[in-house]
Every structure is written in structure tokens, then in C-alpha cells.
Design a protein around this ligand. Structure first.
Ligand SMILES: N=c1c2ncn([C@@H]3O[C@H](COP(=O)(O)OP(=O)(O)OP(=O)(O)O)[C@@H](O)[C@H]3O)c2ncn1[C@@H]1O[C@H](COP(=O)(O)O)[C@@H](O)[C@H]1O
Length: 117
């Protein structure tokens, strides 16, 4: 993916982090942030369900609806990042760290639960 395709995410993160610091009135993001992880998490669950439902819709309209719901989910996930004072760049770095490691290989390399403290 070309780097410029991510610019909207970077700009959105900046806006959300500013909202988290300033909590301006009349902002939907402020309302979510003031509700904390419970309120934001509730919306994430709701939007995840809506995205999953839209995945089953066919045709151009179904595809458009899916993209719309994916946008809602990503926005709400990023609001929780802003609440937690985590930047999307940190999440991108974590994904970069995982690059090239299959989830199956990573899972197999984990310590058995009984060995963990
Ligand atoms: N990207 C988004 C974005 N995506 C989705 N949403 C809002 O997320 C909500 C989605 O929830 P629903 O569809 O369930 O709508 P709803 O039923 O009205 O929501 P509830 O009242 O049930 O909580 C809607 O109110 C959308 O408008 C967003 N609100 C804001 N942004 C971005 O955040 C910026 C700052 O927004 P404010 O902080 O509100 O100024 C905006 O300029 C945008 O760039």
C-alpha cells in the first residue's frame, strides 16, 4: 500500500489525540472519550457486529456498506487508542514487527500456559 494511502488515518489520529487532550464541547469523539472504555468498547462491539453483518451483503451496494461499516469500526478503535494515549503509529510498528511471521508459527512458539508465571 503506498504510504500516502495512510495519510487519512494519521490525520484522524492527530484529531482524536487533540480531542482527548482538549475535550471540546459539541464533539461526538469527546462524548465517547468521556464515557471511557465502557462506552467506547460498547460502540466497538456494535460496529464490529455491523461490519460482520455487512460482509454477507452482495453486489456493489453491499460492498459499499461493508466499507462504510469498516470505517466506523476503525474510527471507534482509534478513539479507544486516543483514550489510552496510544498512537496509530505504535500499532503500525507492532504490525511491522509481526511482518513475515505466520500467525500459526507465532502461536506454536508461545510458552504453554502452565509454564507462564
Ligand atoms: N471518522 C469519524 C467517524 N466515523 C463515524 N463517526 C460517528 O460514529 C457514529 C456511529 O455510530 P452509529 O452509526 O451507531 O450512530 P448513532 O446511532 O448516532 O450512535 P449512538 O448515538 O448510538 O452512539 C456516528 O455518530 C458517526 O457520525 C465518526 N465521527 C467522527 N469521525 C472523525 O472524527 C473527527 C472529529 O469528530 P468530532 O469529535 O465529533 O468533531 C471528524 O472530523 C471525523 O474526521
Amino acid at each position: 500500500m503506498p504510504a500516502h494511502s495512510l495519510d487519512p488515518l494519521v490525520r484522524l489520529m492527530e484529531t482524536l489525540r487533540t480531542r482527548a487532550q482538549q475535550r471540546p464541547a459539541g464533539s461526538y469523539t469527546t462524548k465517547l472519550l468521556d464515557g471511557g472504555p465502557e462506552k467506547i468498547g460498547g460502540k466497538i462491539r456494535e460496529e464490529a457486529d455491523e461490519m460482520i453483518e455487512a460482509a454477507g451483503e452482495s453486489g456493489d451496494a453491499g460492498r459499499e456498506h461493508f466499507v462504510y461499516e469498516a470505517g466506523d469500526l476503525i474510527y471507534h478503535a482509534m478513539v479507544l487508542m486516543a483514550w489510552r494515549d496510544v498512537d496509530i503509529a505504535e500499532v503500525a510498528a507492532e504490525l511491522a514487527r509481526r511482518e513475515g511471521t505466520s500467525g500459526l508459527v507465532e502461536k506454536a512458539s508461545r510458552q504453554p500456559k502452565s509454564d507462564q508465571a
